[in-house]
Design a protein around this ligand. Structure first.
Ligand SMILES: Cc1ncc(C[n+]2csc(CCO)c2C)c(N)n1
Length: 195
């Protein structure tokens, strides 16, 4: 059964890039600058960047910003929270009229990048939330990434595009049956550490 409580399906992501490099200012600002964010509402401050709009563009922009930062070869991490159906979210609805064509597919098509990611799904207000989460962990295993258990999160290892596809599909599947869903993630590339 669907649990509709918001008036729109506006999605969003609040994220922070952490380049482990002396050049962190340039890496953050050029990643934000190189990515086409014309189909999302965006606000950057000294802590993080928030984007809001259609789910397809939220994942497209988040992935592209991480890839542009990671392709510098520096050790870069990104942490953030995706959200959809937040009952208080509505003022950016103007961006909901955009079409579903992702703006950054061409810009990232030649970037090949391995990464490790930990994510956690939070279906809000559902008593059977563990079942909804376990279904997505099971589905992750057929999406071309290595899936492993971690306390309070699930770990995904593989190509960044496969990782973001897995994140998006998991989030999308749950939001089809749960009105308000949040999902936290941390992704790291070019780390000098062993797993
Ligand atoms: C995605 C993202 N957005 C904002 C910040 C915050 N921040 C920290 S240093 C810096 C550049 C100099 O002002 C900015 C914007 C971040 N780290 N990652």
């Amino acid at each position: 059964m669907t649990n509709e409580c918001g008036t729109s399906r506006i999605a969003g992501c609040q994220f922070t890039l952490y380049p482990m490099s002396d050049k962190f200012v340039d890496i953050i600002l050029s990643a934000l600058d190189k990515v086409d964010t014309s189909k999302v509402w965006k606000d950057t401050d000294d802590v993080s960047t928030c984007i809001r709009g259609k789910m397809v563009h939220i994942f497209d922009v988040t992935q592209a910003i991480f890839l542009h930062a990671a392709k510098t070869g520096e050790h870069v991490a990104m942490s953030g929270t995706f959200s959809i159906g937040c009952p208080g979210d509505s003022s950016g609805d103007v961006f909901m009229d955009e079409n579903d064509q992702p703006q950054n597919k061409a810009g990232i098509q030649d970037i090949k990048q391995q990464a490790g990611c930990k994510f956690a799904l939070y279906p809000m207000g559902h008593e059977d939330y563990m079942k909804k989460i376990m279904d997505q962990i099971d589905l992750s295993k057929s999406r071309g990434v290595e899936v492993s258990e971690s306390h309070y999160a699930t770990r995904l290892d593989g190509d960044v595009k496969d990782i973001f596809n897995t994140l998006q599909e998991s989030f999308d599947q749950v939001q089809q049956v749960v009105s308000h869903v949040t999902m936290t993630f941390t992704i790291s590339a070019n780390s000098p550490s062993n797993k």
